[in-house]
Design a protein around this ligand. Structure first.
Ligand code: VG1
Ligand code: CO
Length: 576
């Protein structure tokens, strides 16, 4: 088997976004498209592809199988020593992060478009993770993009497809291949972080019931291993746990719209605890009967309970962090407990340096992402088991404590950060950019401070810029924010994970220490703020959109029924 050099031409737009390159399958399946991008990744590996060990896996979505065979040929052509591949091309994003770290690999190539739908008409994605197990920083993704802009050839070794269905070792020409069980190492690792025996005893003895929904994504086998095999729960405690290439035709996004069958089951069957995960297993949603845990609250609550409920944190919490648009609930936990707290741009890649430097233990994003320094990706099942640990600990103190009780107790101690996000998906790119440009000129003007938007007086505003405290790298233009005199905020940013057009995200937040408001509907309290945001942005004028495609609301109500107003798609629905 000898190395063959294949001539190619650059494709436009191979720029990795918030988390890798995401495009329609039709785009990825063009001749040379995937090969160009993978060659750019291999050429951009800081220590070189030659002699490296790479982990390869993903959420198993449509097009993963041909893509992985291309990666094998390219890896061999570029002198990679060894590939560690999840059986059947499967490895959840958190499990891949763990495998990279525990096998001391050079990095990893992850085949996923996360929560985006899959199938021939939908999305595929590829991203590169570094030797710390975390997503490549901007310096590396910029290098990848630059290479794609003038790539003229790539190197492969030709040969037959490799059978990925059996665990064990094989070779492809000069390349060693190890096919691993995608679930075993990860579940074993979680058992060292949490007290599985305690959780099991609580679930077996308290009458507390659980339903986990993998939404046909990659976490199905992981969920079965945890809930059925480890915690001894019945089969009825899991649903949609067989991974499918098109996620059963659904949208593997754990929110109250796409995990509706879970929400309905929790309400109708009186289930105490419901949880769901996204296509690649890094996001999570936590609900109880009549209660939805907003992700910004979830990370704050996990941080608050960590030392007493999770063995991994018994020796201490090093620091906390959140992405900029995530509500300030976690900041309050940090302040009370004397923990350092960081605000980073959107995207998990910004947490890694802080973790590597030993300054960050627990962090999260408002977009259903929660995690810790046990790996370098957000981790859906980790968050679910963290919540079960909290509930086990809370029930030890006071039997009968529900998800709803945990939420209310938290608000009573810290007050409540009301939060909502409006998404305007697949709007025309030019209009979205023009809207952001005019807003940028307002938000960055020196005269904006002190002006009034309705009842809200601007205290601070700008285009968020982040200087990494560890390596000093600067990330500019990370979102337009305005903070008002009463502490509330509005934020606008463009999504970096969409595969067509532009998606505008509007985030609003308001704090209340008034106990009488703790169970209120966030949508009502946030309305004046949302109105001002829409006025100042002139969103309708620039985009033609009257209503968002998705609304995520932070709401807590101890009374059923919770949906359908939590997070809904309106008539403008374009994707499903
Ligand atoms: C979105 C979320 C962001 C998250 C990213 C990847 O990015 O807002 O918080 O880190 O998705 O999540 P954007 O640029 O579209 O707002 V995942 O689970 O899709 O890897
Ligand atoms: Co994901």
């Amino acid at each position: 088997m000898s190395v063959v050099t294949v001539q190619t031409k650059p494709f436009e737009g191979q720029k990795p976004g918030t988390s890798g390159l995401r495009k329609r399958v039709k785009v990825f399946s063009q001749q040379h498209y995937t090969e160009n991008f993978v060659q750019a990744i291999l050429s951009a590996i800081p220590t070189g592809a030659q002699g490296s060990t790479l982990v390869v896996g993903g959420d198993g979505r449509y097009f993963s199988k041909p893509a992985i065979q291309s990666i094998i040929r390219l890896a061999a052509g570029n002198g990679v020593s060894k590939l560690i591949i999840g059986q059947d091309a499967i490895l959840s994003t958190p499990a891949a992060s763990h495998v990279i770290r525990s096998y001391k690999a050079t990095g990893g190539i992850l085949l996923t478009a996360s929560h985006n739908p899959g199938g021939p008409e939908n999305d595929f994605g590829i991203k590169y993770n570094m030797e710390n197990g975390g997503p490549a920083p901007e310096s590396v993704t910029d290098k990848i993009f630059n290479i794609t802009k003038d790539i003229s050839e790539y190197k492969i070794v030709e040969g037959p497809d490799v059978d990925l269905s059996k665990v064990g070792s094989t070779t492809f020409g000069p390349l060693a291949i190890e096919i691993i069980d995608p679930v075993k190492d990860y579940v074993q690792y979680l058992s060292t972080i949490f007290d599985f025996e305690l959780i099991k005893a609580f679930l077996q003895s308290s009458g507390f019931t659980v339903r986990f929904d993998a939404l046909h994504g990659v976490t199905g086998p992981y969920g079965r291993a945890l809930f059925v095999e480890q915690f001894g729960l019945p089969e009825s405690s899991i649903q949609n746990c067989v991974p499918s290439e098109d996620f059963g035709g659904g949208h593997p996004d754990p929110n109250l719209t796409y995990a509706k069958s879970l929400v309905d089951a929790v309400e109708k069957e009186n289930i105490s605890f419901g949880a769901a995960s996204d296509g690649d297993g890094d996001r999570n949603m936590i609900i109880g009967k009549g209660a939805f845990v907003n992700p910004s609250d979830s990370v704050a609550i996990i941080a608050d309970w960590a030392q007493k409920a999770i063995p991994y944190f018994k020796s201490g919490v090093k620091g906390l962090a959140r992405s900029m648009p995530t509500s300030g609930a976690i900041d309050r936990v940090a302040k009370k407990n004397g923990f350092e707290c960081f605000e980073v741009p959107t995207g998990w890649k910004f947490f890694g340096n802080l973790m590597d430097a030993g300054r960050l233990s627990i962090c999260g994003e408002e977009s259903f992402g929660t995690g810790s320094d046990h790996i370098r990706e957000k981790d859906g099942l980790w968050a679910v088991v963290a919540w079960l640990s909290i509930l086990a600990a809370a029930n030890k103190e006071k039997p009968g404590t529900s998800v709803s009780d945990v939420l209310l107790a938290h608000y009573k101690t810290y007050g409540r950060n009301f939060f909502s996000r409006y998404d305007y998906e697949e709007v025309e790119s030019a209009g979205a950019s023009a809207m952001m440009d005019q807003l940028r000129s307002k938000f960055t003007s020196s005269t904006f401070k002190g002006t009034k938007l309705g009842e809200f007086e601007v205290a601070e505003s700008g285009d968020f810029s982040y200087t990494d405290p560890i390596d000093g790298s600067v990330s500019k233009n990370q979102g337009l924010y305005a903070t008002f005199a009463d502490g509330s905020r509005i934020i606008f940013r463009l999504s970096g994970t969409g595969s067509a057009g532009a998606t505008i995200r509007l985030y609003v937040e308001k704090y209340s220490a008034d106990e009488a408001e703790f169970e209120a509907d966030a949508q009502v309290g946030l309305k004046p703020l949302i109105e001002q945001a829409l006025l100042i942005s002139e969103l309708e004028k620039f985009t033609g959109r009257k209503v968002p495609t998705v609304i995520t609301v932070s709401i807590h109500s101890p009374l059923p029924p919770p949906p359908p107003f939590f997070n809904r798609r309106t008539a403008l629905l374009t994707k499903c």
